[in-house]
Write a protein that binds this ligand. Sequence first.
Ligand code: ADP
Length: 551
Amino acid sequence: MRGLMMDVPLTTTAILRHAERMHASQQIVSLTADHPSPADPWRYSFADLAARTRRLANALCRKGLRQGDRVATLAWNDSRHVELFYAVGGAGLVLHTLNPRLAPEQIAWICNDGGATLLFAAPEFAPLLDGLAAGLEHVRQVVWLTDAAHRPQGNSALATAANDYESLLAAESPDFDWPAIDEREANALCHTSGTTGNPKGVLYSHRSTVLHAMAGSIADVIGMRATDTVLPVVPMFHVNAWGVPFIALLNGARLVLPGRGAGDPATLATLINGERVTLALGVPTVWLALLQHLEKTATTLPSLARTIVGGAACPPAIMDEFREKHGVETLHAWGMTEMSPIGTMNAPMPGEEKLDDAGRRARRAKQGRAVFGVDLRIVGDGGAELPWDGRAFGALQVRGPYIAAGYYGHDTSPAHASGWFDTGDVATIDPDGFVQITDRTKDVIKSGGEWISSIELENHAVGHPAVAEAAVIGVPHPKWSERPLLLAVLKSGQTVSREELLAHVAGRVARWCVPDDAVFVGEIPHTSTGKINKLALRERYRDHYAKESPT
Ligand code: ADP
């Protein structure tokens, strides 16, 4: 017997309507190209946001776009980008967010793969657009995300013909009849960063976006409240800033957006303290830089209660420093573009208070437990499921209603062949369901038939008080096939010898896991999404152990 309940579609427009109706006076606070100072950001209400979004939807319709057409953005985390998130999807179109930190030819490739005809770009990307324009196969029009006074100069035909966003909105009515949309229609497209081959498009639907926003709203997931002020440092151009622009409006939380200042710890500190931010979300490298800045400037973060860290393994040293110096609770999360992206969250469990300090610390370092909507398992080489005993490790696979079923423009995907999505991560799961990521499959170090976790070694290295950041890679070795090499960046003004650092790690792991060498470097390279670029490091240090004797 079918249930007798209303079949009301789950759409992002429903979130916007709810925010306007229930949280009309709540604020969105944003740095933008025309409001660049963290001391004086642009601020307006959710009611204004909704009206501006309707003006934008009118403008999009006037451009003759048809249902399913793609609209691209080259933009930072700012309030106009939020308006695009809601207007594009709500008008039945698909928002294709482009990562401006990629190489220009990769941006052009991704934009062409999506097929957008209209591009909204932040004015600082005018030089980038000049370089890209000849390679863009489908884009016919550009809109600068600023007002008339801040329109940039550009050389390409696309740039010179471009309108500015505020003029576009001023010409439109704040009334718009949102079309009825099937919840399974696409609303957004985001390409993976292509660290494992060509980037692939992940096509989100209204339904997956709303379900993900509802799951993210659970207290032990991201769990926002109307009394929260939320700062997403994770970029809106990569996996929709972990869904924060949807989760915040669904819950009526105040949203603070750092614009291009996301990469600058001084701007982040000013925004957190000036706007009394209670929750901030980002990748570990962002917090490493912020914590160093706070140390140097003797600044604390009295309003900040929680940080959510994911996208790469969060070293326990970051969590310790946040807790001890700033009273901030750090929650570790894992996910990926294909998962909208939240997969697991490490929230406290009953009984945890009985663990000793070391036990609690070890548990906090894990990536956490599956959130509602995510089913997961680990499998061995033959595809057989492995036990949840905290020791067996295998390929981590997932399925669920906000996990991609395939890739945009691809008929088949090997990662989806089993009906589960193969994440490309290797993990253990303990009897309580806590997932611990050992490595990405391609980053695992295989030494003499044993597997060594680079993440575990990095966590211990960053635990040394003199170390700011560490990376461990597998380097070809004549006897052991691969051996770990530790690369470390020291905190300014701190010293430690190679021998001392290796001894620090040696005291914490099995003997055969200890890196054969440690090299101090000025900087560790990062990918466009802030992860350690191990591909580049492996290339750079491939001959490091070549001279070792094979005997
Ligand atoms: P891509 O770089 O392919 O676009 P994503 O940006 O979606 O991928 O990143 C997903 C990957 O990032 C995961 O498969 C995992 O390897 C890594 N990752 C994300 N969060 C964590 C975490 N908390 N700990 C370890 N690795 C993580």
